[in-house]
Design a protein around this ligand. Structure first.
Ligand code: C5P
Length: 339
């Protein structure tokens, strides 16, 4: 029997990779009447990803979640379970049938650090909704998928785009962007070095600090963001992207607010600048710091140097544990499927 025969009885788990993201630019344009903030951000998905699998459970069982790897906190609060619940609701709204779609057992391997500014939880939610719909054999139109994602969190719709995107509004307005000209010539580039210090940084607290005035005037991040979005729309060469490194690293309007909440980021970033000798940016509301490299090999070499510096005590880190250090690549947009 193949599992295409009756999706409601499928035995094979549905597996999804849930990529991390970084914000290459992040401009905060203002506070909205709903308390959220209007953004203008170029976001890119990364090869670094969580792995999620879901399997249909026998009747009578509740949805369950088992997590390995980084600890995302209480399972009952996990967005994966909320995403499965919201997907079930959406499935019923498109006429799934008289019974609710069956319960699912989800397994999540967390390889993306938690509360890091890498949107791992949001990506897990997007992957869980998508995997649940496939496990139940339910097709949702693009609008219903988007509404489902937006309901789960501001960063979730981005993961539907499947590649670099300009993200506006609260996070719900998405414009897919092109990527590197001649990307086929750079299968492992650009590389990205990620460094996540083990300090808790709450996104609402960082936005509150921005509201309270921890910000820079001038609109440089907005200009850099619009410029990069234009360039990616047209297609930019790897050398030109690398040449933007210092402008992009500075183009995060949440950086002063993140530092106001966690002052230890300042000496830590300074130490990284000294060791890496290249621009270092902040992803989202932090605390992950990133540096762009022409290839994965170069990023991996830099990661090795940082590991050594941590081991030898040359790099002092904030928090109770050493930082998470990883070399990864930026994912090019998935090829569009033929209709
Ligand atoms: O939408 P999500 O629950 O992921 O957002 C987490 C928090 O980040 C919100 O509670 C809000 O404080 C802040 N946020 C914001 N403006 C955005 C996105 C998030 O103020 N555009």
């Amino acid at each position: 029997m193949t599992d295409a025969v009756d999706p409601r009885r499928r035995l094979a788990p549905v597996v999804r990779l849930a990529p991390a993201k970084v914000n290459l630019t992040l401009a905060v344009l203002g506070t909205r009447p709903d308390g959220y903030h209007d953004l203008h951000s170029v976001m890119v998905p990364l090869a670094l990803a969580d792995r999620l699998s879901v399997s249909v459970l026998p009747p009578g069982a509740p949805d369950s979640l088992h997590v390995a790897g980084f600890d995302p906190g209480p399972v009952a609060d996990n967005l994966v379970l909320r995403a499965i619940g919201a997907a079930r609701q959406a499935a019923r709204e498109v006429g799934y049938g008289p019974e609710a779609p069956p319960a699912l057992a989800a397994r999540l391997e967390k390889r993306i650090p938690v509360a890091a500014g890498l949107a791992g939880g949001s990506s897990d939610a997007a992957a869980a909704a998508d995997a649940a719909l496939e496990a139940w054999g339910v097709e949702l139109g693009p609008e219903a998928r988007h509404a489902l994602a937006a309901k789960l969190g501001s960063d979730v719709p981005f993961f539907l785009a499947g590649g670099p995107a300009l993200v506006e509004g609260r996070g719900e307005r998405l414009t897919p962007l092109g990527w590197l000209r001649g990307a086929a010539d750079h299968p492992d580039g650009p590389g990205l070095l990620l460094v996540t210090p083990a300090v808790a940084l709450s996104t609402p607290a960082v936005f509150r600090a921005w509201d309270a005035g921890a910000r820079v005037a001038g609109g440089a991040a907005r200009m850099a963001s619009a410029h990069l979005a234009d360039e990616l729309r047209r297609g930019i060469g790897l050398a030109d992207l690398m040449a933007r490194g210092s402008v992009l690293a500075a183009a995060n309007d949440l950086a002063p607010a993140a530092v106001a909440v966690e002052p230890a980021l300042v000496p830590f970033k300074r130490a990284l600048l000294r060791l890496l000798k290249r621009p270092v940016g902040l992803s989202g509301s932090g605390p992950t710091l990133w540096a762009l490299y022409a290839s994965l090999d170069e990023a991996a070499e830099a990661a090795d140097r940082l590991h050594e510096a941590v081991t030898s005590g040359t790099l002092a880190w904030p928090g109770p544990n050493p930082p998470f250090i990883a070399a990864t690549t930026i994912l090019a947009p998935a090829p569009r499927r033929e209709p």
